[in-house]
Design a protein around this ligand. Structure first.
Ligand code: NI
Length: 216
């Protein structure tokens, strides 16, 4: 099988696995991460085959999507082995998937492969800009979280346990995550995109507060 065919088959596989996922990690999220990772990857010295596979599969081992991360990784390994991907390449793909999550790298610098940096940036960009705003509210809705509550202040978290336990509002989530991302990008291209999208989110929030208080 050619690399192109492997990617095509993996696209179908990810689509089937993630279809209808309701918390913002559905197939179309994977699709966007894939497209963005390709665009960033073209500017970097990376193996695009690894980047594309990892982008497509990156959420299949996420605890929000599958119950158990280990099990998710096993599914990915089996899938790629079944397509004849080399053990070496499978390891590179699963390394990316394992190491890029926001929770995993929370508050600490994990050393990542060049491919992982690209996919991590593409995934993090999903929590910025217009899509980031939409996903924030979609996720909040799926968890029954309030959109906004002026009495609830946003928090700063010292560790991942605090972050995980936190039940906040969707608006607070901007300050607790989305607006922190522009300083966490790895690649030059993602930094540039993140800055632009950051400003867009600030403009959005400004308008939101105006409307909340009966202004236009
Ligand atoms: Ni993701």
């Amino acid at each position: 099988m050619t690399k192109k065919e492997i990617i095509k088959k993996t696209e179908e596989f990810a689509k089937k696995k993630l279809n209808g996922e309701g918390s913002g990690h559905d197939w179309w999220h994977a699709y966007r991460v894939w497209q963005m990772a390709k665009a960033i990857g073209k500017q970097e010295k990376v193996d695009l085959f690894i980047v594309e596979l990892a982008a497509l599969l990156h959420d299949l081992a996420d605890h929000k999507v599958v119950g158990d991360e280990e099990q998710g990784l096993e599914i990915i390994k089996k899938w790629l082995a079944g397509l004849g991907v080399s053990a070496d390449d499978i390891k590179k793909v699963t390394d990316v998937v394992e190491n890029i999550s926001y929770r995993k790298t929370f508050g600490q610098k994990v050393s990542l492969s060049a491919e992982a940096m690209v996919v991590q940036d593409a995934d993090r960009l999903e929590a910025t800009g217009a899509i980031g705003i939409a996903r924030n509210f979609a996720y909040g809705g799926s968890k029954g979280i309030e959109m906004y509550n002026p009495r609830e202040k946003s928090k700063k978290f010292k560790n991942i346990e605090q972050y995980k336990k936190n039940v906040s509002t969707s608006i607070n989530h901007f300050y607790e995550k989305n607006l922190l991302l522009k300083d966490l990008m790895n690649t030059k291209m993602a930094k540039k995109i993140a800055r632009k999208r950051h400003d867009f989110m600030l403009r959005y929030l400004d308008q939101f507060y105006k409307e909340w208080d009966g202004k236009n």
